[in-house]
Design a protein around this ligand. Structure first.
Ligand SMILES: C[S@@+](CC[C@H](N)C(=O)[O-])C[C@H]1O[C@@H](n2cnc3c(N)ncnc32)[C@H](O)[C@@H]1O
Length: 243
């Protein structure tokens, strides 16, 4: 077991150094990643070498981050949408929290990951598609989804794509539903400008150092004032008050 772990780490370090010399520091960091499944790590690494911007991490998230990002979700949340599921670390945590597999829709753009997810979670709906196309297809009735869990590398995406992903996800989210996003960065990976434009707010719900790199999770929800405005415009016009 120890030998296997060592072998994977050497493999990981060589691949990182060969393809991305400036990322040598990250390869050092990865030495301490807990390896649950050797084949998942290799799969992840292969995908990352093929498309580092799309994959956004050289190893799957750890259990601690998976528990944090799913901590406010339960079977009562109803349908859950997961974006960028990779090898399914967050998916497993969602099932452990009581979410019914049949209530899960998983969007993944990497074809190998999509195939793997379909095999691992046969009762879930796994869609091989770009999350920025969410609004183009009628995946749910409006306001049907209780929570969105995102493993997407938003920081490496252009603002227009981030806007498309969030608008698509919020089209399906219930009024009090939340979009959970993790980041390795020091602040929310969705800029203030984009949050303002979409009428959203972000709150950090926690951080874990038991993930390498350490990561934080943000809960993104609709601003109340925005809801008020929308609700008000839905009301029938009021009769003018007598002067
Ligand atoms: C940082 S990895 C996270 C994987 C997994 N959630 C985890 O934490 O281990 C990002 C994942 O998002 C997927 N992804 C990137 N861009 C995407 C897009 N536009 N639509 C759907 N999936 C995407 C990648 O293929 C990869 O599986």
């Amino acid at each position: 077991m120890r030998f296997e772990r060592q072998a994977v780490l050497i493999e990981l370090r060589s691949a990182v150094e060969a393809t991305h010399p400036p990322l040598q520091h990250s390869s050092e960091v990865c030495i301490m990643v807990e390896i649950d499944d050797r084949s998942d790590l290799q799969r992840f690494l292969r995908s990352w070498v093929g498309n580092p911007l799309r994959v956004g991490a050289i190893a799957p998230s750890g259990v601690s981050l998976a528990q944090l990002i799913t901590s406010e979700i339960s079977e009562e949340s109803g349908p859950v949408l997961e974006l960028g599921a990779g090898t399914g670390v967050f998916t497993r945590a969602l099932l452990a929290r009581g979410v019914d597999e049949r209530n899960l829709t998983i969007i993944e753009y990497g074809s190998d990951f999509a195939r793997l997810l379909d095999f691992r979670f046969p009762k879930a709906r796994v869609l091989w598609m770009d999350a920025s196309q969410l609004a183009k297809y009628k995946l749910f009735e409006p306001a049907m989804v209780g929570a969105v869990v995102s493993g997407l590398p938003l920081l490496s995406m252009p603002p227009r794509k981030v806007i498309a992903i969030l608008s698509g996800a919020f089209m399906y989210l219930q009024n009090n539903g939340a979009f959970y996003q993790f980041t390795y960065g020091p602040r929310c990976p969705v800029s203030r400008t984009i949050l303002d434009r979409l009428g959203l707010k972000a709150v950090r719900i926690g951080r874990t150092v038991r993930n390498l790199p350490p990561a934080a999770v943000y809960r993104i929800t609709r601003r109340r004032s925005f809801e008020w405005r929308r609700d008000a415009s839905d009301l029938p016009p009021q009769a003018p008050k007598p002067s």
